[in-house]
Design a binder for this molecule. Structure first.
Ligand code: NI
Length: 196
C-alpha cells in the first residue's frame, strides 16, 4: 500500500529529496524485486500458506521489505512480487522503523468502519477512498515461526486489510465501482504506452 500525504511541509520535502538522493545511490546494492502492475492477471492468484519458515522465506521477507522501503510504500504482499505465498511486510510508522512481517495472517476480529484514501504500488498514481474495518485483530507467524497477534486501528488496520486482500487476489480498485475501474485501467494503459 502507498500512503498519500498532501500535508508535507517544505522542510519535509527537502528532507525527502536528500533521502531520495541517498537511497538512489545505495539502490545499486539492494536486491529489489519487480512489482506486478494492475491489471496483471497474476495479481488475482490466491496465495497459499507458508508451511515451513526457512531461509528462503526469510530472504523473501527481507527483499520485500527493502523493495517496500525503496518504492516507497507502507506495505507489500508477496503476491505483488509474483510469489504466491502468504507473506506480508508492513511499516506504517512515520519514522519508518516499525517493520512488521506477517506470515499466514488470519483475521481474528474486526469491527467499526473507516474510509481512507488508498493507493497501491501495483496501481501507480491512482488513489481512491475505500471503506474498511476501523479495528482489526490478526494472528500470524513471525520469522521464527512463533505465533503472534497484532491489534491495529487507523492507518495500520487499513494497511493490514489492504495487504491481506492481495493474498486473496484482490487489489483495492476491486472495491471501487465498475465505472471507476474502467477509467483506472484506461489511465494505466495510457501511462504504460507513454513509458514504453
Ligand atoms: Ni497494494
Amino acid at each position: 500500500m502507498r500512503c498519500l500525504n498532501t500535508k508535507f511541509s517544505p522542510f519535509f520535502k527537502i528532507l525527502r529529496s536528500i533521502l531520495h538522493v541517498i537511497t538512489t545511490s545505495i539502490k545499486f546494492f539492494m536486491p529489489l524485486l519487480p512489482i506486478l502492475r494492475f491489471p496483471d492477471s497474476r495479481l488475482k492468484k490466491i496465495a497459499t500458506p507458508v508451511e515451513n519458515i526457512d531461509d528462503n522465506i526469510r530472504r523473501l521477507a527481507r527483499d520485500m521489505a527493502e523493495t517496500m522501503y525503496e518504492a516507497p510504500g507502507i506495505g507489500l504482499a508477496a503476491t505483488q512480487v509474483n510469489v504466491h505465498k502468504c507473506v506480508i511486510v508492513i511499516d506504517a510508522s512515520e519514522a519508518r522503523n516499525e517493520l512488521l512481517v506477517l506470515i499466514n495472517p488470519q483475521l481474528v476480529e474486526c469491527d467499526g468502519v473507516q474510509v481512507c484514501e488508498e493507493g497501491c504500488l501495483s496501481v501507480p498514481g491512482i488513489y481512491d477512498k475505500v471503506e474498511r474495518a476501523e479495528h482489526v485483530v490478526v494472528r500470524f507467524l513471525d520469522l521464527e515461526s512463533n505465533e503472534q497477534v497484532v491489534e491495529a486501528e487507523g492507518l495500520l488496520a487499513v494497511c493490514i486489510q489492504h495487504e491481506m486482500d492481495h493474498l486473496q487476489g484482490k487489489v483495492f480498485v476491486d472495491h471501487l465501482s465498475q465505472l471507476k475501474q474502467t477509467r483506472i485501467k484506461a489511465k494505466l494503459a495510457k501511462q504504460a504506452r507513454i513509458t514504453a
